[in-house]
Design a binder for this molecule. Structure first.
Ligand code: AP5
Ligand code: ZN
Length: 215
């Protein structure tokens, strides 16, 4: 199963990718997570990326194309992969299809998780993260103990780009640079829409129904 989870910031790409990854044993490739890991480790890439990320801007295409190419060539992608947060521009999508042509692993389906803007803002401002990658929401998906991760017990934190200024810029950037990919994948007959406003488990059921035939 070679799948793209697509949608605006806060749509639930990461939440759903994690559940699919657990169910089918294939890697979740989140370019946001890869970049944040580099920021945390203080790599050259991380230092360069941080200024874009904190402002809610996209990191330049050339950087992302390099990252995704390296990642897709890793052996754990041989049985499939879930892309979460990539591609986000037409040049990134073109580069992806070139890479996948070379390794003869075409995209099976692009799942577009649709959620209106007011709900996205609410979700992002209520999001709390754990160092282990788990994500919670004070309103819709709270941890069992306040401020502590259910999975690893670490203290939860907020992402620096979940401040209100960065969130509103991320939504603008999505509209201008990323939303055109909806038509791009529609024209290729690959796009499937999912209503992302429902409960996490209901959304998952719907996504799983679409994904399962590609197992
Ligand atoms: P990235 O990490 O990809 O952020 P994003 O796309 O803005 O998406 P999020 O992770 O914020 O949201 P999500 O859709 O995964 O939702 P989640 O499941 O967490 O990118 C960050 C930055 O890195 C970018 O701004 C850019 O600078 C850079 N970057 C990354 N990739 C790049 C690329 N390809 N090109 C250039 N730059 C790149 O859910 C959100 C919240 O809602 C959580 O609290 C969750 O618990 C809750 N929630 C989820 N689903 C539901 C539901 N159904 N009901 C109720 N609550 C829900
Ligand atoms: Zn954890």
């Amino acid at each position: 199963m070679d799948i793209i989870l697509f949608g605006p910031p806060g749509a639930g790409k990461g939440t759903q990718a994690q559940k699919l990854s657990q169910k089918y044993g294939i890697p979740q490739i989140s370019t946001g997570d890869i970049l944040r890991a580099n920021v945390k480790e203080g790599t050259e890439l991380g230092l360069e990326a941080k200024k874009y990320m904190d402002a809610g801007e996209l990191v330049p295409d050339a950087v992302l194309i390099g990252i995704i190419k390296d990642r897709l060539l890793q052996p754990d992608c041989e049985n499939g992969f879930l892309l979460d947060g990539y591609p986000r521009t037409i040049p990134q999508a073109d580069a992806l299809s070139k890479i996948l042509d070379e390794i003869k692993k075409p995209i099976d389906i692009v799942i577009n998780i649709a959620v209106p803007n007011e709900m996205l803002v609410k979700r992002l401002s209520g999001r709390w993260m754990s160092g282990c990658g788990a994500s919670y929401n004070v309103d819709t998906n709270p941890p069992k103990a306040e401020g502590v991760c259910d999975v690893c017990g670490d203290k939860l934190f907020q992402r620096p780009d979940d401040t209100s200024d960065a969130v509103s810029n991320r939504l603008d950037v999505y509209e201008k640079q990323t939303a055109p990919l909806i038509d791009y994948y529609k024209e290729k007959g690959l796009l499937k829409d999912v209503d992302g406003t429902k409960d996490i488990d209901v959304v998952f059921e719907e996504i799983d129904k679409i994904a399962a035939p590609f197992k």
